[in-house]
Design a protein around this ligand. Structure first.
Ligand code: GAL
Length: 352
């Protein structure tokens, strides 16, 4: 079966599940004032149609249920889909506040809108946790009850670059197809202006060149984190550059999978494919690593990020010092580490 078909199914299943959870949870927060001692967390996702974000929301849901039975604190999640529209998200934030949410978790659509959200939360005295999409520090520092949970974009780029460097140096005959000692690559970039797109692109290349390997960029373009857009770009590049492409660098796994879709379409034998790397370690990407299509990826710890958001929410709700519940940097930031994944350590990341 082509990976494309497989992933589309799992993506729509995930979306359906999140939608079901949203429908289950929204009515319980329908009143303007809280009616029980439930911790109400309003969670605005920039879009549900994103593999990594769907997985993070699913983990949040699962962990909230586990935590509820462990500590006996009722937790109600209100999950909304902002559909990549900042105006839609502002309306959702207003509704969460009007419905008496105790904590807001915001996966902001447009980072330049962060200050307005901080001001709204502060006016109502509701602690605010941004996650995954990082506002500028000035906005985070605006109020002492504003936090950011995420992972360092720079670190993920550096780890991806090191993966490529190691592969290139350990098997130059296989990967340096032209034999000229220069690494010819194409770069699939995430959303323009997103920290993860800008810094991953920069630090991946820096890690390779710092390792003493000369690079030549054949092409770059955004595919907005999206598998289908990436497949379209890659099809075009394969026609234009053919076997000149030695390495495909992708800012995330979904776009790496799109490149794999395009290569599969050509019917080219797997041993003649370029080296492909992604970031996230999503379930379909781990399958592609197992199949030898994706050389490696970098694990973006969605479960760890969801757990940190939950621990922080519980501490804030209880009026405790958040520093006792999570590892706080500069009083506002919680950073989760990235880890490299290849066939060598795949079993540590795949759920049986
Ligand atoms: C990145 C992730 C991407 C996409 C993006 C959305 O951290 O690697 O796959 O989910 O966040 O903001």
């Amino acid at each position: 079966m082509r990976p494309k078909t497989k992933s589309c199914c799992s993506q729509s299943l995930l979306n359906a599940l999140i939608l079901a959870l949203t429908l289950v949870f929204l009515p319980s927060c329908g009143a303007d004032t809280p009616q029980d001692d439930s911790l109400r967390i309003g969670v605005a996702l920039y879009t549900q149609d994103d593999t990594f974000i769907s997985a993070l929301a699913q983990s949040l849901e699962q962990l909230a249920q586990e935590e509820e039975s462990r500590i006996g604190q009722k937790i109600t999640l209100l999950i909304s889909d902002s559909r990549s529209n900042q105006t839609t998200q502002m309306g959702q934030v207003d509704r969460f506040l009007a419905r008496g949410c105790d904590v807001l978790c915001v996966n902001i659509v447009d980072r330049t809108a962060a200050a307005v959200i901080v001001d709204k939360a502060e006016a109502e005295g509701v602690p605010l946790i941004f996650f995954n999409r990082q506002p500028v520090d000035e906005d985070i520092q605006r109020w002492n009850q504003t936090f950011y949970v995420g992972a360092s974009a720079q670190e993920s780029g550096a780890l991806q670059g090191q993966l490529v460097l190691d592969a290139w140096q350990s098997d130059p005959v296989r990967w340096d197809r032209s034999g000229d000692g220069v690494l010819q690559y194409v770069m699939l970039e995430g959303e323009p202006g997103h920290q993860d797109s800008l810094l991953r692109t920069e630090y991946t290349i820096q890690a390779i060149t710092d390792g003493g390997v000369e690079v030549e960029r054949l092409a770059r373009d955004t595919a907005n984190w999206n598998r289908a857009q990436s497949a379209a770009r890659m099809t075009h590049w394969l026609e234009e550059f053919g076997e000149q492409i030695e390495v495909i660098l992708s800012n995330n796994d979904d776009m790496a999978l799109g490149a794999i879709d395009a290569l599969s379409e050509t019917g080219r034998a797997l041993e003649d494919w370029p080296l492909i790397v992604g970031i996230d370690a999503t379930a379909p990407a781990l399958e592609a690593v197992a199949a030898g299509q994706l050389y490696g990826t970098v694990h973006n710890d969605e479960r760890g990020q969801a757990q940190a958001m939950l621990n922080l929410s519980l501490a804030l709700y209880a009026g405790e010092d958040p520093g006792g519940a999570v590892d706080l940097e500069d009083d506002h930031y919680i950073w989760l580490p990235y880890r490299q994944v290849t066939q060598d350590n795949l079993s540590a990341f795949r759920t049986p």
